[in-house]
Design a protein around this ligand. Structure first.
Ligand SMILES: *[C@@H]1O[C@H](CO)[C@@H](O)[C@H](O)[C@H]1NC(C)=O
Ligand SMILES: *[C@@H]1O[C@H](CO)[C@@H](O)[C@H](O)[C@H]1NC(C)=O
Ligand SMILES: *[C@@H]1O[C@H](CO)[C@@H](O)[C@H](O)[C@H]1NC(C)=O
Length: 350
């Protein structure tokens, strides 16, 4: 489908939306803050089919500051208010409690409306937007304990990595110690040395690793471990800050008798031992904030944290005592690569 064709269809829709003076808004202002957020309507826009059931209300976002300046035909439109907070990289919608989506999407202005240009991406954002609050427990750490990372800086670097993944149509999840730190402390755990993301296998795009290896990324490759079929992870570092390391794990379905029993992410030790970290089958539709940045999570994170770190998940464990291949409660050893396999599946880059 050519983009000019698409644009004509947008225009048709824009005109249809404006028809009959459904909106009397921003009479003195051209800057529109109306967002089309109806996922069914947007799905329709993606296809060649331009028909729309006129009796169905269309969901739109109206900026909270325009609450009193707009007259909206609520028989035609289902209004959700939203805000565009300064210093945060997401929009907040006051729907189902709260929903947040990244600000970083392009939209076309059609009449009063902003319509997302990359419709599929906007749908993906909205599908995983249900806001979950972190706990913010006071950890009372020994001040002389060494900190390896700084929360706001690490969150900023991780958000930059998130954006590169989004550009490859991958929607990463906070994982492991990074999920624990966000939920427990609303930050990264200062004595940990890395950051963890995971991405579902069906979403993983191998072209991204090639891009990094071609030096077309703000990150450089540190290592590539495992096989894409069942045990893959990459580790990257920001070219600018050089640390912390960021692990991106592929998350796999474990299927038995035709049914997905659990999900897992892989681990690989330098002697070839392969591990699996089991993950509960939680809903992938939630979003979190860490230092002003949006990150996606599986809903009910506390269930996974108990599964992974046990009933005392809220206590601090010094990183030096934590063995990644045995300390977690959800780890199982599942096999071993031969020496020959390790040459292919245990790659470090300088
Ligand atoms: C909108 O109007 C209500 C009542 O008229 C008022 O309390 C509120 O502050 C107004 N909101 C804004 C954003 O102007
Ligand atoms: C804090 O850590 C230092 C050095 O690791 C140790 O000497 C000190 O006793 C610790 N203090 C507390 C209150 O745990
Ligand atoms: C990678 O790209 C940067 C510019 O983006 C350049 O400065 C650097 O020399 C490149 N590195 C290699 C190894 O080609």
């Amino acid at each position: 489908m050519s983009s000019s064709h698409a644009f004509v269809r947008f225009l048709v829709f824009g005109i249809a939306l404006q028809a009959g003076l459904l909106f009397l808004i921003y009479e003195n202002s051209k800057a529109s803050r109306l967002l089309l957020i109806d996922l069914d309507f947007l799905e329709n826009l993606k296809t060649e089919d331009c028909r729309w059931d006129e009796t169905k209300r269309i969901k739109i976002g109206v900026h909270v500051k325009d609450r009193n300046r707009s007259t909206i035909d609520t028989t035609r439109f289902d209004v959700e208010f939203y805000d565009n907070p300064d210093g945060k990289d997401f929009l907040e919608f006051y729907e189902d409690g709260k929903r947040i989506i990244p600000k970083r999407f392009e939209a076309r202005q059609i009449g009063n409306f902003k319509i997302p240009t990359n419709i599929q991406r906007f749908i993906e954002f909205y599908k995983r937007s249900k806001f979950v609050e972190c706990l913010g427990l006071e950890m009372n750490r020994n001040k002389s304990q060494k900190a390896n990372q700084n929360g706001p800086e690490s969150a900023r670097i991780l958000a930059r990595f998130r954006d590169e993944l989004i550009d490859m149509e991958m929607y990463p999840l906070l994982n492991g110690g990074t999920l624990l730190g966000w939920y427990r402390e609303c930050s990264v755990i200062p004595h940990t040395r890395d950051l963890d993301f995971s991405v579902f296998k069906e979403m993983y795009n191998p072209e991204y690793a090639e891009k990094i290896l071609r030096n077309e990324s703000a990150f450089r490759m540190s290592r590539i471990l495992g096989q894409l079929e069942d045990s893959y992870e990459i580790t990257v570092v920001s070219k600018k800050e050089r640390r912390p390391k960021i692990d991106l794990f592929v998350m796999y379905d474990y299927v038995e008798g035709g049914k997905v029993i659990y999900r897992y992410i892989p681990g690989l030790k330098d002697d070839g031992s392969k591990y699996r970290y089991t993950h509960l089958l939680l809903e992938p539709s939630c979003a979190a904030e860490m230092h002003g940045h949006l990150f996606w999570i599986l809903c009910n994170p506390i269930e996974q944290l108990k599964h992974e770190y046990g009933p005392l998940w809220y206590l601090d464990h010094p990183t030096s005592d934590f063995k990644w291949y045995s300390s977690a409660n959800n780890v199982q050893k599942v096999g071993k690569f031969s020496k020959a396999e390790m040459k292919k599946y245990y790659l470090h880059f300088s």
